[in-house]
Design a protein. Structure first.
Length: 231
């Protein structure tokens, strides 16, 4: 019997005592009251809570999209709360991918170009970026729609392009905010299944905000946001 302790992987994201409040009408609104959360490499976590519970605020904190937070945010072992400017942007680009309820695709670019763009911003040669885009889109069933613009795609197809774009730079962590909330139930199920399969296939971790219990149950773990804390 070995006396060697098992190796515990460092969390991809670790939150400690995360707080966020707003002033509204002369009143202080406490949205996050001390959130603690750790996500392991490759783990897909559902962030469950009703609309207005602070799920988007929490994702914005983890995504380094806003300031004004108190507490500690570690991304891939880096103390993100201490970063500012270019260092913060670099960490976000290298480690994070985003999927929103609304796809936010660039309307004047086709599906392939929408997935190529973030790769080229990171410095990937165009030929390599196009090959990566074609592979991701084909795995999502869009191999025949590569040169179609968003206006020529259905809602489900547009969201699949958004998923491919989020994974284009092989992020350590994907943040998804109600990624199927704008789709009908049948399409939502299909898009979520492909999203989960692709994230797992890429080896990324994910934090997925949703108010849908049924969809949350398909993920590795569920955490619930209630009154500003996770339970």
């Amino acid at each position: 019997m070995s006396d060697t302790a098992p190796i515990v992987a460092q969390p991809i994201v670790a939150l400690r005592g995360l707080k966020r409040s707003f002033e509204q009408g002369g009143e202080r609104i406490e949205v996050l009251r001390g959130v603690d959360l750790a996500i392991a490499p490759g783990e897909i976590v559902a962030l469950l809570g009703p609309s207005g519970s602070g799920k988007s605020t929490l994702l914005q904190a983890v995504g380094l999209l806003e300031g004004g937070f108190e507490g500690a945010i570690s991304i891939a072992g880096t103390a993100a709360e201490a970063l500012a400017g270019d260092a913060r942007t670099k960490l976000r680009r290298e480690h994070l991918g985003f999927v929103y309820q609304f796809h936010h695709l660039l309307p004047d670019f086709d599906a392939r170009e929408n997935v190529v763009m973030p790769q080229m911003i990171l410095g990937t040669p165009r030929t390599d970026a196009e090959a990566r885009a074609d592979s991701l889109l084909s795995s999502l069933g869009l191999g025949h729609r590569l040169t179609h613009r968003p206006s020529q795609l259905s809602g489900g197809e547009q969201q699949r392009v958004a998923v491919a774009r989020a994974l284009a730079n092989r992020p350590t962590l994907v943040l998804a905010d109600e990624p199927t909330g704008n789709l009908d139930e049948h399409t939502a199920d299909a898009v979520l299944a492909q999203f989960l399969a692709l994230v797992r296939g890429e080896g990324s971790a994910a934090l997925v905000a949703t108010h849908n219990e049924r969809l949350a149950a398909k993920m590795d773990r569920v955490v619930r946001l209630k009154e500003g804390v996770l339970i």
